[in-house]
Design a protein around this ligand. Structure first.
Ligand code: SF4
Ligand code: SF4
Length: 245
């Protein structure tokens, strides 16, 4: 029997699921190896136990917590698919204000039908067996994680910072242009995508496992930047402090 795979989405743009579909020919080859049991963007789900659940999106409502726990119960492995699921992703921006203040700002009144709480990563509510970081994910990394899980070994992510990939690409340091860059503390694996495009790193792949704060603080001081400025930047893709008003 083929391994049974499911895809599920919560609060997010579904761009990570699209990245999987964009694999095109590799995706079709996958159909030979696994059975896609649930994948709302392409098929109607048929329920049952799963070998791997790929879950996209942040958790923002009580009913989402209930649904997530149900998915966890029926899945041998649960994978956080993309930044929204892994670190709360761009939804983390909403944690700079309280849910009430945000609703007031957007709708001009309290809306009883929108009872949300600050966006949270999946790991706040269930055990997560593996993560695929990024906004959106990289299709190659998805295939590598899937392969590892199917072979029964723990998936590995790069443990070093994005600066390594930036330097391998022989790019000038973004700090030299006087711009904040989260490369020194962000997990590598995107091949310095934004930096190659002339932008800076905004941390969509989340923190490396053991960020070295002292050298980073030194870089900030040398460039006249404060820790607060970095935290503000970091909040673009990562929850730091929920419910601040
Ligand atoms: S991580 Fe980015 S691409 Fe993926 S669902 Fe969230 S916003 Fe969309
Ligand atoms: S450079 Fe930074 S923000 Fe851009 S894709 Fe890589 S980790 Fe994400």
């Amino acid at each position: 029997m083929k391994p049974r795979i499911g895809f599920f989405d919560f609060t997010g743009c579904e761009g990570c699921q699209l990245s999987v579909l964009n694999l095109e020919s590799e995706f079709l080859e996958l159909l030979e190896l696994v059975e896609f049991v649930e994948f709302r963007e392409v098929i109607t789900g048929n329920g049952g136990a799963l070998d791997i659940a790929f879950v996209e999106g942040s958790i923002c409502r009580d009913d989402e917590v209930v649904r997530l726990r149900t998915i966890r119960e029926r899945s041998r492995n649960l994978v956080a698919l993309g930044a929204c699921a892994d670190t709360a992703g761009v939804n983390a921006l909403a944690t700079a204000s309280s849910p009430e203040a945000l609703r007031q700002k957007i709708y001009g009144c309290e809306t009883p039908l929108l009872k949300t709480f600050p966006p949270s990563p999946l790991s706040d509510f269930v055990d997560v067996d593996a993560r695929i970081p990024g906004c959106p994910i990289d299709g190659r990394e998805f295939l590598a994680v899937l392969q590892a899980l199917l072979m029964g070994r723990p998936p590995e992510l790069p443990a070093y910072s994005l600066c390594v990939e930036c330097k391998l690409a022989e790019l000038p340091c973004t700090f030299e242009h006087g711009e904040i860059c989260l490369g020194p503390v962000t997990r590598a694996g995107c091949d310095a995508l934004c930096l190659r495009g002339g932008d800076r790193c905004r941390g969509c792949r989340g923190l490396i496992d053991a960020p070295r704060s002292a050298p980073y603080r030194k870089i900030l001081e040398q460039n006249g930047l404060s820790v607060d400025e970095i935290l503000r930047e970091f909040r673009t893709f990562n929850v730091i402090d929920k419910g601040r008003s």
